[in-house]
Write a protein that binds this ligand. Structure first.
Ligand code: MN
Length: 133
């Protein structure tokens, strides 16, 4: 066993996120064919991901604030601290903070065979899409 290095907090790129979103990569594959990836993600008020989909799905566990999560064609769902929301493989969705408060969640997923294909990023969530709830 070994204590893992603590990577620096990453500011998520504006091509894939609206507003300020920071990522701490807590778990990444270390050995062999491991796939587990866990990120601690912090969103400023009003910040959100772009539309995207995960090759092997994703589970979010909300730690603070209220997460807004929407799958394409469905209503925006509010997810509260202590709750988890699961997005199946290939389902287009976004997640973010409410307009007035920070939000923090764990994002848990498994890498695709080609790790670069784990998440497919699509269009940014417009202000109209974000406000439609
Ligand atoms: Mn996601």
């Amino acid at each position: 066993m070994r204590i893992l290095d603590t990577p620096a907090t990453i500011k998520n790129p504006p091509e894939r996120f609206t507003g300020d979103v920071w990522l701490d990569l807590l778990v990444t594959p270390q050995d062999g064919d491991q796939r587990m990836v866990v990120g601690l993600v912090r969103f400023a008020p009003g910040a959100r991901t772009a539309w995207h989909r995960h090759a092997r799905g994703q589970t979010l566990h909300v730690l603070a604030g209220v997460a807004l999560v929407q799958s394409r064609g469905q209503a925006v769902v509010e997810v509260r601290p202590g709750q988890r929301v699961y997005c199946p493989p290939g389902e287009e969705h976004w997640h973010g903070a409410t307009p007035d408060a920070f939000m923090e969640h764990l994002a848990m997923s498994e890498a695709a065979d080609d790790p670069d294909q784990s998440t497919e990023w699509l269009a940014l969530v417009t202000d109209d899409e974000y406000a439609a709830r």
